[in-house]
Every structure is written in structure tokens, then in C-alpha cells.
Design a protein around this ligand. Sequence first.
Ligand SMILES: *Cc1c(COP(=O)(O)O)cnc(C)c1O
Length: 412
Amino acid sequence: MSKLALLGGNPVFERLLDWSEIWPPIDDPTSDRLMALYRSRRWTAFDETEADFSKSFAAHHDTKHGIFMINGTVTLQCALGAHGIGVGDEVIVPSLTWYATAMAAHYVGAKPVFVDVDRETLCIDPEKIEAAITERTKAIVPVHLYGSMADMDKIMAIARSHKLRVIEDCAHAHGGVWDGKRVGSIGDVGSFSFQQSKTMASAEGGICITNDADIAERIYRMKHIGYGPSELQGKAVSAPPADLLCYPFRATAFQAVILDEQLKTLDARLDRYRQAARYLEDRLSQSTQIRFQKPGRRAVKQGYFGWVMIFDHPSYSDLPLSAILEAMNAEGLQAMATWDPVYRFILFNLRSEHYRISQECSETERLVPRIAWLLHPILGLNGPDLERVADVIEKVVGDPEDLRKYAIRKAG
Ligand SMILES: *Cc1c(COP(=O)(O)O)cnc(C)c1O
């Protein structure tokens, strides 16, 4: 085996493969449409550009209504608020997710309640949900983490028996399919993010999708200071429901144009990601002890926000994640740690009376320091580069003896 770049050897990639140099995609059709839009001066969210994209995205995900917004946090907030969830209520969220999932509950005045994740999918563990339910519980917000899918069959069954709403946080799962249904179409509302790193990206953006016309109208009013979907600005003809909190959460037509073009190639891109993940997992299962995040029991096609490696095999137990990440980055591969459990995440600043940890989140606590992941654009690399990604991982942990010595020396 060749010497690790970390120890002065030659790196597999000559320089760090920075995802922001290859993502988001840029192309001529989008560029032409953006310039035409710019020249038209019709930049606001009220034009057909936004309505067309919202409809296409919703239809692509097996739903009738799409409400496009400025980000994928306020979409969660509006999905909860539109169902009348607020002060005094509790909302069940996974303990491992981007902290926005929990903050959205707080934004409507409700209390996020953290439930541990499943060791295979890293999504909320349905077996641990019932213990978290109280008479105050109003909703469950499963997250399809990194594109793997939370067990929607079990979650929907629990929700039905306790009369709870289900808001799917699909910020990582654009285009995924669970048992013949697209993500976001199974719960009451699906919420997606189009932030720059996501699988569809327009710097900022988000959308709610639903089949419920009444909820769709409420969400629309919430994002457009109370106006109904067909009302012109300055010409309201109907009032929003009493006490529905409405905001200016409108995005722009520029974002809608970019996303409209990306939607056309989403499924082809996901197929490519899926093939790349299969290649990496098949090869690395032979040569390393890494475990890979499972797509979910009935995931037919998963989405990909990231590709996740789990280093919890006993042979890696004395190998700190920081050393693994440092070694991979030195070889030119941008591997990252996952987030801390939400209730310990640095930006999550709620006082303890504003949230609840249902039970000890032992799997989350155990797994977080053992997870490394690659952002999805890496899965879009061409064949030779993808082989080099696998080369890096094999070089670093195929025989981890050198790295182990390095870690011990560093700690000493
Ligand atoms: C990105 C993300 C969101 C929404 O983030 P925005 O930046 O507000 O679009 C929500 N949930 C999860 C799990 C996310 O990763």
C-alpha cells in the first residue's frame, strides 16, 4: 500500500476535489431563460414561471399542489402552522437531522420532542416513537436523512392510530420513491429545500407539496402575507382564516427558472448517483469493514443528498473519526462528519424547557462520532474519478494500521 498523503505520500487526487466547483450544474438553456426573464422585468413570484414550476415539481412527486417559498425551513414552519399546530403542542422530530427540522416546531410555538434514529437508515426509529407521544403531541416530522427513507408505513400507522399529522422533511430526498410513491406524497405535506448544497439547488428555496387543497391554500396564504392563490397583489378579495400567521416568504422567478430546468434531469442524475453508490459499496464491502447507510425497508429508489459511510466495526473502534477525515481530505477527497445530535448542535440555542428528549438517544450518540459522508455531486463524477474516490477510501481504511499509529502519536 502506498504511503498516506497525510504522512507525506502522494495524494490520490492532485488537489482537493471541492464540490462547490462542480455543483450546482450550469447549462445554456437555463442561462438563456434567466437572461430572458431578467429582460422581461417579471422577476416576482406572482408570474406563471413560479406557478408552472410549483405544479411540475408537485406532479413529479405525485401530488396536486406545490407552494414555492424562500427556503426549506419556513416550508416546515408553514406545514405545521397550516394544520393549526402551535403553542402548547408537541412535534416529534429525529435527534439526527439539520437543526431546522426542530426549529420549525419552535417557530410555530410548539415543542420539538427528539426521538432516536434507526441504526441502519439513520432516520427516526419508528419503534421509539410511541414512547414519545403525549396528549400534547400533534405531529411527526420524519426526515429522509441523506436520501435514505424513514419507515413511512410504520410512521403513518402510528400517526393514524394517534390522530397525528405527518410532515415529511424531504430536504435530502428529492425524487425518492417509497413503495411506488414519491417522497413527500405519503404524509400530509412534503417539505423540500433548494439550498445550494441540496439535490436541486437555487442558492435558497423550498417547496411544500400536498394533495389537500385546503391545506395548500392555507400554506399559500402563509407565504404571501395572507393573499389567496389567485388574488392579485393589492386586490385581496377574501380574508385569510382568523389568526393564521402569514408572512412574506415568497421566492423569486429566477429561482423557479433554475429549478424548472434541474427538475428535467433529476431522475437521470439520481440514476447515476445510484449506480455510483452501488459501485462504491460493492467494491468497498470487499476491501474494508465500512457499513453503509441502508435506503429504507421499502425504498424503491432513494434520493441522494449524500453518501454515508459508518465506521462502527470493532476493527475501527480505536480509530478517531477526525483522523479518518483528515486522511481522506489529505488524499483530495472532501469527506465530512455529520451533525451533532440536534439538542447539542452549536446553533441550537433553545433553553431546555423549550424542547424534550423522549428517551436517551443512544444510537444517535453512538453513531454520530462514527459517520463520514460525501456530498452528492461526488457521486456524479466520471468513472475514473469515481474509482479514485474508492482508491482514497481503501488507502485510508483498507489497512488502517498507519492511520492508527498516526492517531496515537497525535493524541500522545
Ligand atoms: C437543508 C435542510 C432543511 C432546510 O434548510 P434551508 O436552508 O432552510 O432550505 C430542512 N431540513 C433538513 C434536514 C435540511 O438538511
